[in-house]
Design a protein around this ligand. Structure first.
Ligand code: GLC
Ligand code: CA
Length: 518
């Protein structure tokens, strides 16, 4: 595992909406460069940038047209390299979003694949051999397109109809459908090798790894995920050989599978079996003063995943991302502070979604942009200050990438930074504590001490050779006392009224968090 992941704290940047520097209403690489000190000031030492490759943007860039070229609206490859260099000069790291599963409709590979004559790209995508075989029942596809070219057959798509599934072969081939090729077929191997070239290209230019989009879904006809695990083992072996410091983090959502595939870490997500949504994205979230939430299912799955992955909690728990409503939609700023005490004290690398640190709102009803639909409300321009367009862009408002939060009391980074009671200030305290204590970082062990059904608090012990820290979180609006198996500790962090840990008796006031070093 790359050493730098040990204490990595990531900040996710949706490049469209972060900072515009040339008044076209869309964020750009220079904007990210200009804000690196802000990100570092928050205590994040790594960034993940959503897809920034050439694309028709039918799905915000998750529809790549040229894997080797930065989207001109963000800048050039040289600008992106400059961004990598600026990140590194601050001792930070940067990962890109790799979208290996599908390309855009107008990718040159697909244009050639649509031709009736056999050519190098004929089997780069998944085509049936008969126009009436719509690839029904193939696991891993979201549908197919029929009648789009002179070529006989239908072609599989992964997500939207504009995202054509690349062919990495099938784990289980249907004998009655000879167009299903095995994962070790020549065409599938060619796709895989091309993806290595793409990784080599960007890693060679200076990026530090990848967040991998829809990673569980390359090999089709693979309900048990064996084929996908195998292909990622192959990619990981390639990286270990050529780029051992490159991080590989999956959008998979099932660590017992993804870590077996060689991913360094996997996200817990709104899909999958992790119960991630119970934390702060449901009707009665655990991190709420109402105190009606339940964290026990989450903890149960977490422990099962740890057991299945050699006792390692290499699961990234994001504050949010570009696909889900913002945390602030479900909980308020006080509740968010306790939620961040959790996020920044769990194993695996934490991920903070841009704007969550200032409690930006989910703007329900924002008109869809670039295939965002209801996700668009979480993708609105970052609010920096009280200048034009909240400091995001000097373009006329109607040119902004999406509608901006127009409310008079919209949060801004400038105000949050000036207020020691802000969510921003609390996150900053928490990142500093995490960076100073190895026991709170990615690789240190975790043991849950209290996580009962429909009960508060949540208590766990983080430990490494050098130290042990007890993390005690009481999001609920009432004081709680529990007995735990721990010696007396000295508080190294606390939020809310004072809590105590004496002779194994832990008392936590309403809406509080405390970390005790033993
Ligand atoms: C992932 C991305 C999402 C995208 C989809 C298709 O889930 O996070 O934004 O739409 O994959 O690539
Ligand atoms: Ca711009």
């Amino acid at each position: 595992m790359p050493k730098w992941l040990d204490n990595a704290i990531f900040y996710e940047i949706y490049p469209q909406s972060f900072q515009d520097t040339n008044a076209d209403g869309i964020g750009d690489f220079q904007g990210i460069i200009d804000r690196l000190d802000y990100i570092r000031g928050l205590g994040c030492n790594a960034i993940w940038i959503n897809p920034c490759y050439d694309s028709p943007f039918t799905d915000a860039g998750y529809d790549v047209r040229d894997y080797y070229k930065a989207a001109p609206r963000y800048g050039t490859n040289a600008d992106l390299k400059r961004l990598f260099d600026k990140v590194h000069s601050r001792g930070m790291h940067v990962i890109l979003d790799l979208v290996p599963g599908h390309t855009s409709f107008d990718h040159p590979w697909f244009l050639k694949s649509m031709l009736p004559e056999k050519n190098e790209f004929t089997d780069r995508y998944i085509w049936s051999d008969n126009i009436w075989d719509g690839l029904d029942g193939v696991s891993g596809l979201s549908g197919s397109l029929r009648g789009i070219s002179q070529r006989e057959g239908c072609v599989g798509v992964n997500y939207y109809s504009t995202q054509l599934a690349l062919n990495y072969g099938f784990e289980e081939c249907d004998p009655n459908r000879p167009w299903q090729q095995p994962a070790d077929s020549e065409a599938a191997a060619a796709t895989r090798e091309e993806m290595k070239k793409i990784m080599r290209f960007w890693l060679g230019l200076g990026c530090d790894g990848f967040r991998v989009d829809m990673a569980a879904n390359l090999v089709k006809g693979d309900p048990g995920k064996k084929g996908n695990i195998r292909i990622w083992q192959n990619f990981r072996a390639f990286l270990d050989e050529e780029f051992p410091e490159a991080a590989l983090i999956s959008e998979w959502g099932e660590p017992s599978e993804s870590l077996a595939g060689g991913f360094h870490m996997d996200f817990l997500l709104h899909f999958g079996s992790s119960h991630y949504l119970d934390l702060f994205r449901c009707k009665e979230p655990f991190f709420s003063r109402r105190g009606k939430g339940d964290v026990s299912q989450f903890v149960k799955r977490y422990k099962e995943n740890m057991a299945a992955t050699g006792g390692r909690g290499l699961m990234c728990i994001p504050s949010g991302n570009h696909d889900v409503p913002r945390m602030r939609w479900y909980i308020d700023e006080e509740e968010m502070k306790v939620a961040f005490a959790f996020l920044l004290s769990m194993p695996g690398a934490p991920f903070i979604y841009y704007g969550d640190e200032i409690a930006m709102r989910y703007l329900d009803g924002t008109p869809s942009v670039e295939g965002g639909y209801d996700r668009t409300g979480s993708r609105t321009p970052m609010q920096w200050d009280d200048t034009t367009n909240a400091g995001f862009s000097s373009a006329p408002p109607e040119m902004l990438y999406t509608q901006i939060d127009m409310s008079a009391d919209r949060p801004t980074a400038a105000a949050a930074m000036a207020d020691e009671n802000s969510v921003y200030a609390e996150i900053k305290r928490l990142t500093q504590i995490r960076l100073a204590h190895e026991a709170l970082q990615s690789n240190a062990a975790i043991e849950f001490l209290y996580a009962e059904p429909n009960a508060y608090p949540l208590v766990y012990k983080r430990s490494c050779a050098a130290e042990t820290v007890i993390v005690a979180l009481n999001p609920s609006g009432r004081e709680v006392t529990v007995d735990i198996d721990a010696a007396d500790g000295k508080a190294i962090y606390s939020y809310g009224k004072e809590s105590s840990l004496r002779s194994g008796r832990l008392t936590l006031p309403a809406a509080s968090a405390a970390f005790f070093a033993l």
